[in-house]
Structures are given as C-alpha cells and as structure tokens.
Design a protein around this ligand. Structure first.
Ligand code: TXA
Ligand code: MG
Length: 319
C-alpha cells in the first residue's frame, strides 16, 4: 500500500520521487491530483500511462508562487494577472501562452498551458519542495469519477502511483474553474469550484460561455466523463423507491429512504456541502451491490451549475 500520511518527512519523500522522475498523488482543495515534474516529458508520460489518458487531453500545471509563472508562461495579459491576484491561491485555472520549456506532452502540443496555484497547504508544500512546477490531472482513471480522498485514488490507480499523500477529504470536492482570455474577452472553459458569479462580480463584465469560438481550444471537455460502473439516471424529483437501486438526493427528502443505499448531498441544502460530497457519495454508491443509481437534479445556480455539469456527464455514458 503506497498511501502515506501528509507528514513533513513523507512530503519530502514525495518531492524526491518527483525529482527522480516519478509520479505522486497529492491532495488539493478541489480533488486529488496525480503529479509529475511538468518539465520532464518522460515523467509526464507516466501520468498519462497510469490514468490511461489519451494524449489529446492536456494537463494543468500547478505552481506554489506567482514567480513560478515566469518559468513556464510568457506575454501574460493584464486581465489574467488581475484574476490570478484575486483568486490565487485557489481553484481557478488560467490558460496562458507557454514558454518553449513546457513539453508538448503537457499541453497536447497546444501553444497554451493551463496554470493553477492551489490553496491546499500540503499541495503548496509538496510543489515547493519538488522545486519544479507540477503537471497534474485529477488522480483517477481517464473518464472515471474524480477522487476526493486518498482511498479513491488507490482504488482506481493502485500501485501504478509511486506514492499517495493522504491529507483527508478535499474541502471543495469539485474541480477548478477554467478560464481563458482572448483579445481581452474572458471565456469560461469549465465550470468549477469558483462560480461564474464570483468571477463576474470581480471583473464587472459577463463571462463568455461560447467556447465553440474556433479560436478557443477546449480539449478534454468530452460530453461524457466522470463515469461510474453503474448507470446513473437523472430525475427532476425522486418520488418512489425501487429494489436494487441506489439514490443520490440533494436535500433530505420528506419520505422514508433506504438508509443503506441512499446518500444525501446536503441535508440542509447547502451547495458548497453538496459539491464537497458529490464524488465521494458517487464512489460509495458505485461500490454497492445495486443495478443503477438514481440522482436528483439540482437547480443550476451558483455551484449548482458545476455539480449538474458533473452529473450530466456522468449520466451520459450509459445512454
Ligand atoms: O481542480 C483541478 O483542476 C484538478 C486538481 C488536481 O488541480 N485538476 C483537474 O485536472 O481537474 P484534469 O486533467 O482532470 O482536468 C483538466 C482540464 C481538462 O479538461 C483539460 O482538457 C483542460 O483542463 N486543459 C488543460 N490544459 C488546457 C489547455 N492548454 N487549453 C485548454 N484546456 C486545457
Ligand atoms: Mg479529471
């Protein structure tokens, strides 16, 4: 078993693995990441291999300090800077022009690199001790549910990862929001832990959702993703209970539910709590001896948009 507690010694050990070209899973405030030295293409290839991820899907590069940006990006515009200063460290990923030192494998040969500075203390320590930017996708097998704790990582990737740093559950539980600035316009490429409203309130202009603009590359945003083994069926309201089915409720329902196969995202209907529980509840339901999972839809407002994006994609696979 390669899971270790997030002690100083273990973080140093994980950083040593990175320096030697290995791969390490680490906690962030969104989901667990599977990291490699972003400037070492062979190490990054191991991440793709462990996840069985297609090479057309580029990785986010994680940094610990703003000055690390200069190592990997160039021509950073003023608007991107303002957004980074406001939301970093935190769950915002910004697409920027890359320097030549960033290997093609990291960006799938795009001229841009996705960069994020996580907020999680252990993630920052791990990146800093590694002494290099860390390329890291979520630490799951490609197309499967994202991991929000160390056990989720182990269950999907096992010993193909050199080390898994365990710092308990991720607080946000949903991935970072991805934005890209092109000709002074700000595009939202992925809904995530920072809401559209949060960003718009700061920039005082509407975010553009039209990523179909052919100048905006949005690789990896497949219509289905986050797949469970069990089929997920989305319902406006769960009204009756069937045998051999699992249930994912948003709030506590007013009728009796089968305790052993029902999960509630947030008893009191808090979206932040719901996002934090989303993947772990789905991981739990997916491992039960049931035939399918019914999930209740959530109003698409604030974090509800990012949650529904994940649920919609998760339910697409089996259609
Ligand atoms: O919260 C997160 O962002 C987590 C943690 C570990 O930081 N990471 C994460 O990585 O969600 P991943 O690989 O599961 O999702 C990254 C997304 C993919 O959809 C990928 O296509 C997109 O970011 N992406 C990466 N580089 C890009 C680029 N240069 N241009 C456009 N999209 C990019
Ligand atoms: Mg992912």
């Amino acid at each position: 078993m390669n899971i270790v507690k997030a002690t100083d010694d273990n973080i140093i050990a994980a950083a040593e693995i990175i320096k030697k070209g290995g791969i390490a899973a680490f906690p962030t405030e969104t989901v667990y990441g599977l990291g490699a030295d972003a400037l070492n293409p062979i190490a990054v290839a191991k991440v793709f291999e462990a996840k069985n991820r297609p090479f057309f899907d580029p990785l986010i590069v994680h940094i610990a300090e703003l000055s690390d940006m200069d190592k990997i990006t160039k021509n950073v515009d003023a608007k991107s800077y303002e957004l980074m200063e406001r939301f970093w460290p935190g769950p915002l990923t910004v697409i920027l022009e890359k320097k030549d030192c960033v290997p093609h494998i990291v960006t799938s040969s795009l001229p841009n690199v996705a960069v994020r500075m996580p907020f999680h203390k252990i993630a920052l320590e791990f990146i800093e001790k590694s002494g290099t930017p860390i390329a890291a996708p979520s630490a799951n097998r490609f197309g499967c549910l994202s991991p929000t704790n160390a056990e989720h990582v182990y269950n999907q990737l096992g010993d193909s990862v050199d080390i898994i740093i365990d710092a308990g559950p991720s607080t946000f539980g949903i991935e970072s929001t991805i934005i890209k600035i092109l000709e002074e316009k700000i595009y939202l490429l992925r809904h995530g832990a920072i809401t559209k409203e949060d960003i718009e309130e700061f920039i005082k202009e509407p975010l553009l959702l039209d990523a179909a603009n052919d100048k905006i590359e949005t690789p990896g945003q497949l219509p289905y993703h986050y797949s469970t083994d069990k089929q997920i069926i989305l319902l406006d309201k769960i009204a009756n209970i069937e045998e051999r089915c699992g249930y994912l409720f948003y709030k506590k329902p007013h009728f009796t539910i089968p305790e052993n196969r029902s999960m509630i995202l947030s008893g009191r209907g808090n979206l932040r709590e719901a996002a934090a529980n989303l993947f772990s509840h789905l991981h739990y339901l997916d491992r039960l001896d049931i035939d399918k999972i019914y999930a209740e839809k959530i109003e698409e407002k604030g974090l509800g948009i990012a949650i529904m994006d994940r649920l919609n994609k998760a339910s697409m696979k089996n259609l």
